[in-house]
Write a new protein. Structure first.
Length: 370
C-alpha cells in the first residue's frame, strides 16, 4: 500500500507538471528523480529525439559517477536506445557484462559497473519522443507491479514531455509573432517617415519618452507593449492627408485644419481591422484631446481621455516644440518646459505633468553630465 501510494503521488506530480506547463528541463529533472526513487534503481537517463537531426540526444540523467552519457547522440537503430526507439518496445538486458558492446558510447562506461539495463520508448500520439533508460549495479528481479509501474510512468512521462515541448514551441512562436507584429508596426510608421522627413526622428523620440514616463508611473510590462505600439503609430492617419496640407510651410486655413484633424479617425479606420492593435488604438485616436475638453476629435475631458493618450500628449507636444518645423524654429527647452507647466490642467493632465517635468529635467541633467 505504501508503495502504491508513492507511485500514485509520483503520477499525480507528473499530471500537475503537465497542467502547469512546467519548463522542459525542470520536468525532465523531476522525472529522473521520481523514477530513480520509486523504482529503487541506481541510474536513469532520458534521451529525447531531436526532430531536426533525427538523433537521440541526452536530455537528463541521475546516478552516474561521471558525465559519460551526457554527450550521447545516437542514430535510430543504433545501440540499445536506438533499438528501443525503432522497435517501440521495452528492451531488457539482465547482464550488461555479457553485452557490453551495446554501450560502446564511452570508454569509461565499464567503470560504472552496471549490470541491469531497461529501455522504455517514450511515446505520445503515436510518435516516439525519446527513450527512458534505467541502469542498476546489481541484479534485479522485478515483480509484475514494478514492471507495470515502469510502463505507466513511461507513458505519463511521454505525455508530460510532449506537453512541455508543445508549450515551449508555442512560447517561441509567440515571441516570433510578437517580433513580426512590431516589425509590421515600425514598417507602417516608416511609411509615414518616408513622406515627412521633418518628423522622421520625432516618432522614435516621443515613443521613448512616453514609455519612460509610463514606466515611471508604474505601468506594467504587458501594458507598456500597447503604449509603445500606440506611440509608434500615433500619426499613421496622416498617410491619407494631401501633401499640400501636410507640408504647408505656413498656417493652415480653416478647411485645411478640418482635413488635418481627420487623421485620428483615419488612423482608427486603418488599424481597427487589425485585432492585435486594438489595445494600442487609444493613442492614435485621442492624442489630440485636451484635459479641458477643447481638443479633437471627440472633445473628451479630464479622465475621459484614455491614460495612454494623456501620457503621449505631453511627450508629443514637448518634442514638437523643441524641434524645427517648416513653419517655425525650435523653441528652447526652457521655454518648452514653461509652456508645459502653463498648460497643466488645460491641455495636460495636472497629475502627470510634475512627473513628466521631473523626467525631462533628469534627462537634461544626465546629458550635461555625460
Amino acid at each position: 500500500m505504501k508503495r502504491q501510494m508513492q507511485q500514485l503521488s509520483a503520477l499525480r506530480s507528473i499530471d500537475l507538471a503537465i497542467a502547469s506547463g512546467l519548463d522542459l528541463n525542470l520536468l525532465l529533472s523531476m522525472l529522473v528523480d521520481r523514477v530513480t526513487d520509486l523504482l529503487h534503481v541506481d541510474a536513469v537517463t532520458i534521451l529525447l529525439l531531436n526532430p531536426k537531426t533525427n538523433l537521440l540526444e541526452f536530455a537528463s540523467g541521475k546516478g552516474f559517477h561521471s558525465n559519460i552519457l551526457q554527450y550521447t547522440r545516437l542514430k535510430l537503430g543504433e545501440g540499445c536506445a536506438g533499438r528501443v526507439a525503432v522497435e517501440r518496445k521495452m528492451l531488457h538486458i539482465p547482464d550488461l557484462r555479457k553485452n557490453i558492446m551495446e554501450f560502446d558510447r564511452s570508454p569509461f562506461f565499464l567503470k560504472e559497473d552496471f549490470i541491469v539495463y531497461y529501455g522504455m520508448p517514450l511515446m505520445a500520439k503515436g510518435r516516439v519522443l525519446g527513450v527512458l533508460e534505467i541502469f542498476h549495479r546489481s541484479p534485479l528481479n522485478p515483480d509484475v507491479d514494478w514492471l507495470g509501474f515502469l510502463g505507466t510512468i513511461s507513458g505519463q512521462a511521454a505525455i508530460a514531455i510532449d506537453s512541455a515541448v508543445m508549450f515551449n514551441d508555442l512560447q517561441k512562436s509567440n515571441v516570433e509573432l510578437s517580433l513580426a507584429y512590431d516589425a509590421t508596426i515600425e514598417g507602417l510608421s516608416h511609411a509615414l517617415d518616408l513622406r515627412d522627413k521633418e518628423t522622421k526622428e520625432h516618432t522614435l523620440r516621443v515613443t521613448n519618452i512616453t514609455v519612460k514616463l509610463a514606466t515611471r508611473l508604474g505601468v506594467g510590462e504587458s501594458d507598456l507593449i500597447h503604449i509603445r505600439r500606440g506611440a509608434i503609430l500615433h500619426d499613421i492617419g496622416k498617410v491619407a492627408l494631401p501633401d499640400k496640407i501636410l507640408f504647408k510651410p505656413g498656417p493652415l486655413l480653416d478647411e485645411e485644419w478640418r482635413i488635418m484633424r481627420r487623421h485620428p479617425e483615419i488612423a482608427v479606420e486603418l488599424l481597427s481591422p487589425v485585432a492585435y492593435l486594438a489595445p494600442a488604438l487609444k493613442t492614435p485616436h485621442w492624442h489630440h484631446e485636451k484635459w479641458d475638453g477643447t481638443g479633437y476629435p471627440d472633445k473628451l475631458q479630464g479622465e475621459q481621455i484614455p491614460f495612454p493618450a494623456r501620457l503621449f500628449a505631453l511627450a508629443d507636444v514637448y518634442d514638437a516644440l523643441i524641434s524645427n518645423r517648416p513653419y517655425r524654429s525650435a523653441w528652447s527647452k526652457q521655454d518648452a518646459v514653461q509652456y508645459i507647466e502653463s498648460q497643466s490642467g488645460a491641455h495636460f493632465d495636472p497629475k502627470i505633468v510634475p512627473e513628466f517635468l521631473t523626467l525631462v529635467n533628469e534627462a537634461a541633467f544626465n546629458m550635461v553630465n555625460q
